[in-house]
Write a protein that binds this ligand. Sequence first.
Ligand SMILES: [Fe+2]
Ligand SMILES: [Fe+2]
Length: 242
Amino acid sequence: MTVTNSQSGTNVHEITDGIYRINTPVLFENGNSFSFNQYLIADDEPLLFHTGPRNMFPLVREAIASVLPVNQLRYIAFSHVEADECGSLNEWLAAAPQSMPLCGTIAAMVSIEDLADRSPRVLADGEVVSLGKHRVRWLDAPHIPHGWDCGFLSEELTRTLLCGDLFTQGGADLPPITESDILGPSEGFRHQMDYFSYTKNTHEILERLASTEPTTLACMHGSAWSGDGAKLLRDLADSLTS
Ligand SMILES: [Fe+2]
Ligand SMILES: [Fe+2]
């Protein structure tokens, strides 16, 4: 793990072949703590999955620059429209002149065609983009865990599911990647901060994510996770609907 900003504690760790977790811990005045992660896929056409909030742009830029020149970024992708997902999208489009937003059809239609300074590359459900060695597949996941526009990227070389807000863990002092249980802590967080919507499609969507048989889950908040991702997603589905 490399600390790229000693003041904020922003750090970078390669969680699997060519995929870097950029993590910034946040401490609140009431004593609670949280963390924001972004994931960089370093390849011929580098991709950033979620940008972090706009006020973290300098920290994320500094962290990415420790891995590759930021102006080489090709795709700025995210799960759904929220500040921590795409708050600095336009800053990134300016910093990386060859880059474009990468998102699903609902995000493009509802928000990004208007909010972004350049038009997005819009991915249909199941569509694949080759980055070089890595290949990412977009999976629509409306309202799971929230946002009509929600979806995820499955990276097929490393079997990494870029799973956004799924398995959100509170706290700031967590390892970059763990094989320990994250379902218990994330379910504890869900019961405290009810950030999920519950739809009739919950089981079906989580089952489809499980069918990609991920071995790494790249969570936006907390540790990334290594293990039988299909089982963990099915356990989450059972927990949500029990
Ligand atoms: Fe979210
Ligand atoms: Fe988030």
